[in-house]
Design a protein around this ligand. Structure first.
Ligand code: 5GP
Length: 117
């Protein structure tokens, strides 16, 4: 049996985290190494390794995550200016192989820039 991911351990309270929101399908935690004054991660309970591994059966879950992004952004008061980032694969900077959506806010984003070099 493969070991639980870091985020599954956080969901199971084996590793502490600053929890912003939780329901039966997902959890939202503050990023431990924030890249913006507001930086949280929305993580499905289902340990999908990366976005490209999601399948048709995950359609409702993916919709749920996106709706929660908006709801959490409203709760954090950043609904008018935030960026959502999903890194897919090591080559795109993914470090934790359990799908998660970054919400970044309260920093200035270059217009039209995706922060890529
Ligand atoms: P990735 O690079 O996979 O898209 O993003 C992983 C994110 O998880 C990084 O922004 C990193 O700072 C965050 N992270 C890594 N380990 C922990 C941890 O133990 N707790 C929390 N809250 N965030 C973590």
């Amino acid at each position: 049996m493969s070991e639980d991911s870091l985020f599954t351990k956080i969901i199971n309270r084996e590793i502490p985290a600053d929890i912003v929101y939780e329901d039966d399908q997902c959890i939202c935690i503050k990023d431990i190494n924030p890249q913006a004054p507001t930086h949280v991660l929305v993580i499905p309970a289902k340990p999908i390794a990366k976005l490209a591994d999601a399948s048709d059966e995950d359609k409702a879950l993916l919709g749920h995550l996106m709706l929660k992004v908006g709801e959490i952004a409203r709760t954090l008061g950043v609904e008018d200016a935030f960026r959502v980032v999903v890194n897919n694969g090591a080559g795109a900077g993914q470090q934790v192989f359990h799908l998660h959506l970054h919400i970044l806010a309260n920093k200035s984003f270059d217009e039209g820039s995706l922060g890529m070099r």
